[in-house]
Design a protein around this ligand. Structure first.
Ligand SMILES: Cc1cc2nc3c(=O)[nH]c(=O)nc-3n(C[C@H](O)[C@H](O)[C@H](O)COP(=O)(O)OP(=O)(O)OC[C@H]3O[C@@H](n4cnc5c(N)ncnc54)[C@H](O)[C@@H]3O)c2cc1C
Length: 496
């Protein structure tokens, strides 16, 4: 008889865990509280405009393809990847604009336009950061640390020291690059995992490094096409997804997970995998002291959380030729405003990430029009001083529009908005049970990475596993894909 696995949540972590377990012969049932699957990877579709709800930057397409290989399928039957080049257009507050390309001669001539010294420094930075990425990939990202000995052994500790993680992103890159505009480009990308480049470890300079060396990609139909492909795969493999079903408790007996209590009844299984955000799950779904282990209410309160995001979705009445798919705007007083969300403040002069998929994908907006996401990093709900009411949203919106209008070619943007909505930290909390409404779950501080981050297997409970942003190796779609692989490998080895 097939072993049955029950999964809490149909985010990327839950869906890909399902694909992997189904391919290994498990019977799988997913319980998702929302009416649609995908979790934070979701969408808005209205009057011909199609918006990706959150994620849009696709790095490392091989991680996306691997799940299809795991299931014995050809990814080309499900997905169409498009390489983006230039991969970013960066607009600076002084009106200058630079396109970053993965084409080497283009990239060098851009760097040399700043200075020969910065050009050399940037290349040295890329070389060193690439070395760290290779080390991290081999020794840390692709393995679990479920036992103390997995991490605290001489070989692993030596490799960890080689990564030299202790200086901040800003201090680390300042050793290589002097030009502030180039530094801003590297620093801004730390925000993609919700950490401050002025406070956090330089390890995450692997994001700008990976983008430059491997390129950024776009999925035709937007990021949600990945979710649709996973949904199709799960159905082909015989899995079931119960949407609109809220899990209320992970049932535990004699230190073993035995099933789930949902708002519709009880389901029993040999394995339970929780994809709901880990701190939320420890607080609300895991009820016994033994099962919570180290993750008591006190510890969860003390842990550090990533920032959140405010996103405006704009349906525009005309084409904007000045935009690429990924655009950045770096405002005046960059450092103070980038640090604001980590100090519980809204940025007064926000720097923006602007995503315009309709530049290359006709399916994302009606003919002759554009769909735009504009993202600003904001404090998570741990900071109680900001009330996400109409007044706050109105004033932030006004500030974002004022900032957008400063970008070359976007001066008339407000007059051309025909659809508008937004997402706040409260939406992330209420819709996806993201603890404190964070965008990226537990923060990537050094004391919350590798061995020190929650792992794929529960500490004290058999048959209970975790996958998702707040689990090792971390957040971002590629990392969550790895966490589902680590969870399933552990399940298989434990059940032998
Ligand atoms: C604004 C923003 C921008 C981002 N940009 C990028 C990007 O450009 N590139 C990138 O790679 N990543 C990006 N990310 C990160 C990426 O979206 C996440 O890392 C990833 O989607 C998290 O997937 P997950 O499976 O861990 O969790 P989730 O997507 O949160 O899935 C958890 C699921 O569990 C469900 N659930 C929770 N509680 C229950 C319950 N009690 N019962 C039943 N179901 C429950 C939730 O509804 C949800 O569907 C971004 C995230 C945000 C918020």
């Amino acid at each position: 008889m097939k072993r049955k696995a029950l999964i809490v949540g149909a985010g990327i972590g839950g869906l890909t865990t399902a694909v992997r377990l189904l391919s290994k012969g498990y019977e799988v049932q997913i319980f998702e509280k929302e009416s649609s699957v995908g979790g934070r990877i979701n969408y808005i579709k209205t009057n011909g405009y199609h918006f990706d709800l959150t994620a849009s930057v696709l790095m490392l397409p091989n991680d996306f393809k691997e799940i299809f290989t795991w299931a014995g399928q050809d990814y080309r039957d499900y997905l169409q990847f498009v390489k983006l080049d230039p991969y970013y257009r960066v607009n600076y507050a002084d009106g200058s604009r630079h396109d970053f390309s993965t084409d080497f001669p283009e990239f060098i001539s851009l760097l040399e336009s700043f200075s020969k010294k910065d050009s050399l420094g940037y290349l040295k930075f890329l070389g060193d950061a690439y070395g760290k990425y290779l080390l991290a990939n081999k020794n840390f990202l692709n393995q679990s640390f479920t036992d103390t000995g997995d991490f605290f052994n001489p070989a692993t500790l030596i490799e960890a020291l080689k990564i030299k993680a202790f200086s901040t992103t800003y201090n680390y890159i300042s050793k290589y690059i002097k030009n502030e505009k180039l530094k801003q480009f590297v620093c801004f990308q730390a925000l993609y995992i919700g950490i401050s480049p002025y406070q956090s470890s330089n390890v995450y300079t692997l994001l700008p490094t990976v983008s430059q060396l491997y390129g950024l990609w776009y999925l035709k139909g937007g990021m949600y096409s990945f979710v649709k492909a996973l949904q199709k795969l799960i159905s082909r493999l015989g899995g079931t997804i119960e949407t609109g079903t809220r899990v209320e408790e992970i049932l535990i007996k004699d230190n073993k997970a035995i099933g789930l209590k949902t708002d519709k009844g009880v389901a029993k299984g040999a394995v339970v995998v929780c994809n709901a955000d880990f701190p939320y799950a420890m607080q609300k779904l895991v009820k016994t002291k033994q099962a919570k282990g180290a993750y008591t209410a006190k510890k969860l309160k003390k842990m550090k959380y990533s920032c959140s995001a405010f996103i405006m979705y704009l349906g525009l009445n005309k084409k904007y030729e000045d935009l690429l798919v990924h655009n950045l705007y770096f405002n005046d007083d960059f450092k103070r405003n980038i640090e604001a969300p980590f100090r519980g403040k809204l940025p007064e002069k926000p720097s923006l990430y602007i995503y315009c998929p309709s530049r290359i994908d006709a399916g994302m907006a009606p003919p002759g029009k554009e769909s735009l996401n504009v993202t600003v990093r904001v404090p998570n709900l741990y900071f109680k001083n900001i009330k996400w009411d109409r007044k706050t949203i109105y004033s932030l919106r006004k500030n974002v529009i004022k900032t957008l209008r400063r970008i070359k070619g976007l001066a008339d943007i407000e007059e051309n908005i025909v659809y508008e909505s937004c997402l706040t930290p409260v939406d992330l909390l209420l819709n996806f049970n993201s603890h404190y409404g964070t965008a990226f779950g537990l923060s990537h501080t050094l004391t919350q990475t590798n061995y020190f981050r929650p792992q794929v297997k529960a500490e004290n409970i058999d048959n209970l596993y975790f996958t998702g942003s707040s689990i090792h190796p971390g957040n971002g779609i590629s990392m969550v894909l790895i966490s589902s692989k680590l969870a399933v490998k552990k399940i298989i080895s434990d059940q032998k």
